[in-house]
Structures are given as C-alpha cells and as structure tokens.
Design a protein around this ligand. Structure first.
Ligand code: FMN
Length: 341
C-alpha cells in the first residue's frame, strides 16, 4: 500500500497511542514487522511545543521511514503551522487527529469533537493539505454520536481535500472504547472513496486481522491496544496473512530478551527518572497473565532506579524459565467474531 509516494512494506500499521507509541515502541513494532507507525498526538498549540512531553513526542531521530507525525487541534491555521513545523522537524507524513475522545481534547473542540462541525473539518483538511508538500492523512471515528454517524460525508470530503489515506476507528465518540468496533461503515467508506482506507478497532489476533481485512475490503489495518506488551503481534499477523498458518507464540526467553531490549531503549530515550516510570506500564503489559505476575508487579512498581528495575525484571523471567512457564499458557482475551459486524 502507498501513502502518497511512500510504499509501505506491508499493510499492518501501529495505531498512534499517546503515552505508549513513543519512538522506542514504534521502532520495536517496525522491527517485528509493522509496515508503518504514527507518532503520539502532538498539540498544534505552539506555546506547548517546548514542553518536555512535546519534545519527546517530536523526537524522530533515527526512525525508519516513512515518519508520520500526528497533530491535534481545532484551528485550521494553527494546524497548518503545526504541520509545517513537523515537516521541518523530519516528518514525511502528517496525520490529523479527529478521533481522540478524551474530554481534555474534545472540550477544546479537537479530536473527535470536530466531527460535529463538518464545515470546520473541511477547512482544516483543505488548509493543512495546502500547507505542506508531504502526504497528509486523517485518523477519525464513525461520527460523534451514535445514530448520527457522518463518516461517509467526512470521508468523501477528505478525499476531495487531497487526504492521502484515511484511518478509521469503528466507533463513535459516544462509544469511547465501549461496545465492539463496528466494521460495516468502514466497508461502506472503502466502497465510497478511492484513497487507501485503514481499518481500526479491536483487532487483536491473526484471525481477527484477516476477518477485518476481508470483511471491510480495507487496504490496511491499524492495531493499537493489542500491541501493548505484545509487539510481536505484527509478526504473527503478517505470517498468518501470508501462509494461513499460526506462528508459535514467542517463548519466555524471547519475551525476556525483547522486554529487556525495550527497557534499555526507554532508559536511553527518557533518561533515568522518566525512563523508570514510563517503563512500568510496559512491564505490566508484557507480564500480564504470567505466573505470580500480580505480586511481581506490586514489587516492581516500588523500584525507583532503572538499573534495579531491569534487575527485578530479569530475575522474574529467570524464575519463570526455571519453572518452565510457557507463553502458550497465557490466556489472551479475544472477541468472538460472530458478535461483531
Ligand atoms: C492509551 C491510548 C492512547 C491513544 N492515543 C491516541 C493518539 O494519540 N492519537 C490517536 O489518533 N488515537 C489515539 N488512540 C486511539 C488508537 O489509535 C486506536 O484508534 C484505538 O485504540 C482503537 O484501536 P485498538 O482497538 O486497536 O486499540 C489511543 C488509544 C489508547 C488506548
């Protein structure tokens, strides 16, 4: 699949997740076979651009191309300026966030709240596309309220504005993260427009990935929460889509190596204080469902230095290896395919 002139190595994309998909995590997902990744959202408000958080989010040093920077805001000119800034900062693709349901974002009429004002949506799309020479993509939801889904109009308008690809989360703002993602409207959008459509929402297994691709006809799929603590999901899905066969789950020794490598990257990226704290949630995700993991996490949260944190993680995994725990013993929650449409 192409985004503008960029040919992606495959059609599996890491969803942008603020607080999760920082440069180390995106790099890891790409290593495991994700064909593309989008940065965490960055506010278009330039007064916040030099905050520590924004600087981490805008750090693309050494990242594999194409580099996609996501911007969020509600003022067309401000978003256009933010797009130009991100391109000057190394972004090769600019992604506009019209999907975030968070109150903090929606109260400023940004993220998914924009879907309530289609004229403003159109102005934003036209202005940002005109502002930069790189492809501009859009990530959004089905609509603001259930029963008032306006994605067909928004998608058509996005295509007319020159948007290069549309990523669509199969929920409304009202749904937040409740209910199941609905794929019927994604299918209709795909039939309606000619630009690449990326289906998103609740894809958490190779079968689900194949189901969503087949059902919607989408050009690509985007995976968020299921990749937390499981970056190898891209390898598993890629293999299944190619061969129809399941790849063995990584064994404990591989998970240990991946996690320790991930921690080392986080420590280098964020430094001692933030590195230790940001790593905690990743460690929690990687260890979910493993033997005595609750007890391990309670102890791990108390550790205050990166060196000690890496040590307790290593010791925990060594203990699992001694006990012969296998990853295949871990239950991964899956959604019943028959319940969704
Ligand atoms: C912790 C978290 C942070 C998120 N941050 C962003 C963001 O910065 N930008 C965005 O467009 N979507 C964001 N999302 C939404 C995801 O990109 C995705 O649309 C959503 O999680 C549904 O996909 P999934 O079911 O595969 O997780 C976030 C989701 C989560 C769970």
């Amino acid at each position: 699949m192409y985004i503008g002139s960029y040919r992606l190595s495959n059609n599996l994309i890491v969803a942008p997740m603020a607080g999760v998909t920082d440069r180390p995590f995106r790099t890891l997902c790409k290593y495991f076979g994700a064909g593309h990744a989008v940065s965490e959202m960055m506010t278009a408000d330039k007064t916040l651009r030099m905050s520590k958080k924004s600087l981490y989010r805008a750090n693309f040093d050494g990242e594999l191309a194409p580099i996609s920077a996501q911007i969020a805001g509600s003022d067309p000119e401000q978003l256009a300026e933010a797009a130009r800034y991100q391109v000057a900062n190394g972004a090769q693709i600019v992604d506009i966030n019209m999907g975030c349901p968070a109150k903090k974002v929606c109260n400023k009429l940004a993220g998914s709240a924009l879907l309530q004002d289609e004229d403003l949506v159109a102005r934003i799309l036209d202005t940002v596309v005109a502002a930069v020479d790189v492809p501009v993509t859009l990530k959004t939801r089905l609509g603001f309220l259930n029963g008032q889904e306006n994605i067909l109009r928004v998608a058509k308008r996005a295509e007319e504005a020159g948007i290069a690809a549309l990523a669509l989360h199969g929920r409304t703002r009202e749904d937040m993260y409740l209910n199941h993602a609905r794929y019927e409207l994604i299918k209709q959008v795909k039939q309606l427009i000619g630009i690449p459509v990326i289906a998103n929402g609740d894809i958490d297994s190779p079968e689900k990935a194949k189901y969503v691709l087949d059902y919607t006809g989408a050009d690509a799929i985007m995976i968020g929460r299921a990749a937390q603590g499981r970056p190898w999901i891209f390898r598993e899905i890629g293999h299944y889509l190619k061969t129809g066969e399941h790849l063995a789950t990584p064994d404990i020794a591989e998970v240990k190596a991946v996690l320790l490598g991930h921690l080392s990257e986080l420590y280098q990226f964020y430094g001692e204080y933030s590195g230790c704290r940001i790593a905690r949630k990743h460690i929690a995700w990687y260890t979910k469902g493993l033997r005595s993991s609750n007890e391990f996490r309670q102890n791990m949260y108390k550790v205050e230095s990166t060196a000690d944190q890496a040590k307790v993680v290593e010791a925990y995994f060594d203990q699992l290896l001694d006990l012969g725990q296998r990853m295949s013993d871990v239950q991964v929650e899956q959604v019943n395919l028959l319940e969704i449409k």
